[in-house]
Design a protein around this ligand. Structure first.
Ligand code: KIV
Length: 273
C-alpha cells in the first residue's frame, strides 16, 4: 500500500512522537524518485541549486524561475515526501506582495506544498502574509547563505550568549507568525538544543548537532558529487564524483579502442530499439 503523502502536520506529529525527520535536497526528477524509494520525509528544492547544479559561486544569482523549473521536475516524481521550494535571494524581501506572488508561483507552477525563506524578525510580515494566503512556510535561521555579503563568509552563527538569545527569540517569533518548521544552519549544538526544546514546531538541523528534530543535507555534498567546498557538518555517504569520473574514463577508453559499441548494442535490421 502506498504510504500517505507527508504534510507540514505530519512533520509536527513526528516531533510530538519523538521521531526524527530525514530531509534532503533534490533538484530533478530522478533524484526525487530515488529519494522517494529510500523513504525520505521531506525534499527541499534548495537555492543551493545555484552552486551544486548551475555552477554559480554563491546562491545569490538563483532566480524564482530557476527554482520553479527544478521544483516542477521534482514534483513530477510524485514523492510521498513533503516538497518545499526555496525562495531565492530578493524574491521575498522587496515587498510582501512580491513574496506572495513568487511563493504562489512555486505552488501553482511547480506544485510544491510549502516554501522556505531565510531570516528572522524582519521576515515576520512576509511569513504572516504567506500563511494568510494558505502557503505553508519553513523558516531558516543561523547561517543564512543569502546574507553572505553581510556575513563576509560562511561562518558559524550564534556563538556568543547575546547572539544565541537573539536566535532563540527569532525562532519563537517565526513559530508565532505561523512557520511550520525552522531550518537551523551552522550554530552550536547546545544552542540548537535549547531552540528545539523551546519550540513546538520541528527544527531541522544542518550543522546544528544531534538534538534537532530532523536533519537536512545537500544531496550533492553527501553523495560526494560537489567538492568545491565541503563544510565540517557534511557526512559523505558515497564518493560519486570518483565513481562518475572512472565511468567516464572507461567510456572514453572503450570508444577510442572500439570496444564500445559491442554486437549486443547494435541493430541487425530486425526488431525495434
Ligand atoms: O538551499 C539549500 O539547500 C538550503 C539547505 C542548505 C538547508 O537552504
Amino acid at each position: 500500500m502506498r504510504k500517505r503523502k507527508m504534510t507540514p502536520r505530519s512533520l509536527f506529529l513526528m516531533k510530538k512522537r519523538g521521531e526524527k525527520i530525514a530531509m534532503l535536497t533534490a533538484y530533478d526528477y530522478p533524484t526525487a524518485d530515488i529519494q522517494n524509494s529510500a523513504g525520505i520525509d521531506a525534499i527541499l528544492v534548495g537555492d543551493t541549486l545555484g552552486m551544486v547544479v548551475l555552477g554559480y559561486e554563491t546562491t545569490l544569482p538563483v532566480t524564482i524561475d530557476d527554482v520553479i523549473r527544478h521544483a516542477a521536475s521534482v514534483c513530477r516524481a510524485q514523492p510521498r515526501a513533503l516538497v518545499i521550494g526555496d525562495m531565492p535571494f530578493l524574491s521575498y524581501t522587496v515587498s510582501v506582495a512580491d513574496a506572495v506572488t513568487n511563493a504562489g508561483r512555486l505552488v501553482k507552477e511547480a506544485g510544491v506544498s510549502a516554501v522556505k525563506l531565510e531570516g528572522g524578525r524582519a521576515m515576520l510580515p512576509v511569513v504572516r502574509a504567506l500563511v494568510r494566503a494558505s502557503i505553508p512556510v519553513m523558516g531558516h535561521l543561523g547561517l543564512t547563505p543569502q546574507s553572505i555579503l553581510r556575513f563576509g563568509g560562511y561562518k558559524v552563527q550564534a556563538k556568543d550568549k547575546r547572539a544565541a538569545e537573539r536566535l532563540l527569540e527569532a525562532a519563537k517569533a517565526l513559530e508565532d507568525a505561523g512557520c511550520f518548521a525552522i531550518v537551523l544552519e551552522a550554530i552550536p549544538a547546545t544552542v540548537a538544543k535549547v531552540v528545539t526544546e523551546a519550540l513546538t514546531i520541528p527544527t531541522i538541523g544542518i550543522g546544528a548537532g544531534p538534538d534537532c528534530d530532523g536533519q537536512v543535507l545537500v544531496t550533492h555534498d553527501m553523495l560526494g558529487i560537489y567538492d568545491d567546498f565541503t563544510p565540517k557538518f557534511v557526512k559523505r555517504y558515497a564518493e560519486m564524483r570518483t565513481l562518475m569520473k572512472k565511468s567516464f574514463e572507461e567510456y572514453v577508453e572503450d570508444v577510442k579502442s572500439s570496444r564500445f559499441p559491442g554486437p549486443e548494442h547494435c541493430y541487425d535490421g530486425n526488431g525495434d530499439a
